[in-house]
Design a protein around this ligand. Sequence first.
Ligand code: FAD
Length: 525
Amino acid sequence: MPAHPVIAVVGSGPIGSAYARVLLEELPDARVVMFEAGPQLTPRPGASVRNIADPEAKALARQKSQGPQSGALRASLGIPEGVVVEGMFTARQGTHLLDFGGEGSAHAAQFPAAAAATNVGGQGAHWTCAIPRPAFSEKIPFIDDDEWEELVEAAEGLLHHQAAAFADSPIGGAIRTLLDREFGAVLPDGYGVGTLPVAGDPQPDGSMVWAGADMVLGPLIEAGTDEASRFELRDLTLVRRIEHEGGVVSGVTVEDLRTGQTSFVAADLVVVAADAFRSPQLLWASGIRPAALGRYLTEHHVVITTIALDADRMGGLVTDEQLESELARRSLHAADPVAAVNRIPFSEPDHPYSLQVMYAENPPFQLDPSDPQAGNRWGYVNMGYGVRKHPRVEDGVTFSDEEVDYRGFPNFTIEYELTDAENAEISAATARLRRAGAALGAFVAPPRLLPNGSSLHYMGTMRMGTVDDGTSVADPWSRVWSFDNLVVGGNALIPTANTMNPTLTSVAIAVRGARAAAARLRAEE
Ligand code: FAD
């Protein structure tokens, strides 16, 4: 092993953070330098902005993450802050569309809601924190079950997994009972209606401190620890290029976005975890172009609805006293609307979908006060089915050697189409959503399919595989084929068709990749 190996990590989201943590714990003499293109939002690096109580501070943190669509660039497009123009797609708060319509925008007409976050903690500063495990064919076929169980437990530890958050909420319990009455009989054992596992620390008052990359980094950002002395996070620092020769990476060329200065940072190992579009873009820009790079793009399609919970049905299961005490508890945490999280997981062969059910006191949009469902004392659920997309080489991103994007990287175009089989599963999931909604109450918003890209869970563009046959970018330990010391991480590695939130899976894959990379560095001794 080099006496004091230096590891460069590109991207500060949950996956880059998992690599940094595991590598520093495995290699007591190593140093990690993490590069992040966006700004640090919170005093504790990578914390979830959902934990910010002050609404103005929360809005500012989100705006700072929104890259080209906020601030000066948005103004240059003639769109004042806060204004949504008809026909324009908007990104979820804290994220920015890749195809934002201005100069240097990506081209994503077939995947219009594709978005990213550019900030310390990445999308992990904005995420919902749902961390279900993959099941049946969603799992990585070439990692055996015993190893997978250990990896996923390690990932759950890094993410501060909670199996039963809000499990004591009587309303959450009543929602589960009603859904179970509707669907329970036909769901297999172990895959019925239940609570949705989430990432964070429950507090004694019943609220949650949601997990961000900060919890994954753990000791790396605690003052006075050995790991902290060997960890450096450089925000507003864009990695421009991975330098390499003959399959060996020597380091990265970075641009300090505060000064515009470019410099080279030597590294013994480079880990690229810069999301499912910008990681392959960086590889492409660096002349690393395996045939599968950017291809096999998948997400899970989302059919959603909002329901006003029915007073009679809920009242049959929850006493008035319980409702009042739940409302009193909720009023302590007005800034964090989610009060119970439930789900029906993916199972095969009969339930190839994931249902996610979030209970909140208010609907996610303003209801006209004259609407009969406005001000519903029992509250609302926002729920949606995730529906899978099967990997195909035709779906994916192509990069241009002629046109550059707003960051000066090869611009890209996303090509993507749903097949008849996928449309059929979307129709079946929509029918189920109607049943689920009718079981719980009245429709405030009818079931609808969100535009492609809305899941924010983009997979497959740097998929892992067992052989270097042109259908994968990385080996089973996440190392880029034909490279000694270049590792990739993130949802882009997932080679399967998935219906659920992928971050837990990607952290588990990262734990495996980091341990293998540490073993290789040790073997070089
Ligand atoms: P990211 O978190 O996207 O981080 C990548 C980072 O790399 C970014 O900060 C980016 O600025 C940086 N970067 C890019 N290019 C460069 C470069 N050249 N140089 C330096 N830095 C660079 N997932 C779930 O599993 N469950 C959920 O409930 C869930 N809910 C979500 C809700 C929302 C609103 C959002 C936005 C996402 C949600 N996700 C959820 C997705 C989840 O956040 C991502 O799966 C996760 O953050 C991916 O981690 P990552 O580290 O691979 O990438």
